[in-house]
Design a protein around this ligand. Structure first.
Ligand code: GLA
Length: 363
């Protein structure tokens, strides 16, 4: 494995970083022009960057112990390099001259747990490019370019939440996002609470195909209701005339938006927990993106001391669950929930937040 000194032959010209995200409320609402409330993860991705001085791009990541090299007019093979290349090409498309570069990527974000390690990579890459080349790029535009890199270069048909969260959220407040206007503001976490995030250890196998299927069902529902997007439905009763499964999908989106709007006004910790539970049940029963492992993990979390509510976070079909817990009790509650979850054979859950001591400071 190469360190930065060996890779750059000295210190890099710039360093940048970006966090992942945990969404607290507002799941599968972003591509319906709706609302959401993510926070940034303590873990993140670091990108070091210099001009390469030759006519090739060179990327290296110790995480994959893999070097990607391609000519100025060539392209990176699919993999982490395509996210980085996508950011570079889209910045070039904005009219910025980008010389061939050396890029070194490290991360302490678990890849594949649904904490948006890809958004963190895109946002950190764009921040490094902005710092190195000194062009103007505000944080919302940066998020939009990051999302395009994901769609056009990594071929993942995502919404805007992950990139907005990585670009604009912090660890201590929630970021309220309106996905239609991209208006956003920081909202205080409920008083005296802490978060728990546990990875179920289940890979998100069906996520991509089911994600696209759900998007299509939502588009069909909005066509039938004669609205531009499900965000425009404010009376939950109006979805009940739709045929199944459009009815259930639309019901989830409409109710989920209402939950986010209520929570963003500022509610008690107990109420916030109830809204998280309701969100999970709706994702399980109406949106059908949960799996038994995530349901069980949430049940163990709800049974743990101090926990006020728990839900799956991210697209579903695997990945992580998030819980809201009374301050000071998260460590103990997370350990209890994890032990109960992992007691079934073959389970490989792990705690991501609070960050386990052995991971602190790890790159
Ligand atoms: C993934 C996508 C996001 C969002 C969530 C579901 O994380 O990348 O844009 O749609 O799923 O809320």
């Amino acid at each position: 494995m190469m360190n930065t000194d060996t890779f750059f032959g000295g210190a890099p010209e710039v360093n940048a970083s970006a966090p992942g995200r945990v969404n607290l409320l507002g799941e599968h609402t972003d591509y319906n022009d709706g609302f959401m409330l993510p926070v940034a993860t303590p873990q993140g991705t670091m990108v070091a960057m210099s001009r390469s001085g030759d006519d090739h791009f060179h990327f290296y990541s110790p995480t994959f112990d893999n070097t990607v090299t391609f000519a100025q007019d060539g392209s990176a093979p699919q993999g982490y390099g395509s996210y980085v290349e996508g950011c570079i090409r889209l910045v070039q498309a904005e009219g910025v001259e980008v010389p061939p570069l050396r890029v070194y990527i490290t991360t302490n974000l678990p890849v594949g747990s649904g904490l948006s390690s890809s958004a963190a990579l895109e946002v950190a890459t764009l921040r490094a490019l902005r710092a190195l080349l000194g062009f103007e790029l505000d944080d919302v535009k940066l998020a939009r370019i990051a999302q395009r890199a994901e769609i056009e270069y990594a071929h993942v048909n995502c919404g805007i939440m992950d990139q907005m969260a990585s670009s604009l959220a912090d660890e201590t407040s929630m970021l309220f996002i309106d996905a239609r206007t991209l208006e956003h503001r920081l909202v205080k976490m409920p008083a005296d609470t802490e978060l728990i995030v546990i990875d179920s250890g289940v890979a998100r196998k069906l996520a991509a195909s089911k994600y696209n299927e759900r998007r299509a069902e939502c588009e069909e529902a909005s066509r039938k209701l004669g609205v531009q997007a499900l965000r425009d439905v404010t009376d939950p009763a109006s979805v009940e005339t739709l045929p199944s499964p459009m009815r259930e999908r639309a019901r989830h989106v409409v109710m989920e938006n209402l939950r986010v709007l209520e929570a963003a006004e500022g509610v008690s910790a107990e109420r916030f927990g109830e809204l998280m539970n309701a969100s999970h049940f709706s994702l399980r029963d109406d949106y059908e993106v949960s799996i038994p492992e995530l349901d069980e993990l949430c049940e163990h979390l709800r049974a743990a001391p101090g926990v006020l509510g728990a839900r799956l976070t991210g697209a579903g079909f695997g990945g992580a669950c998030v819980a809201l817990c009374r301050a000071g009790q998260a460590q103990e509650a997370a350990a209890a929930a994890l032990a109960a979850y992992n007691s079934k054979q073959g389970r490989q859950g792990r705690i991501l937040v609070p960050v386990p001591t052995e991971q602190k400071g790890q790159q």
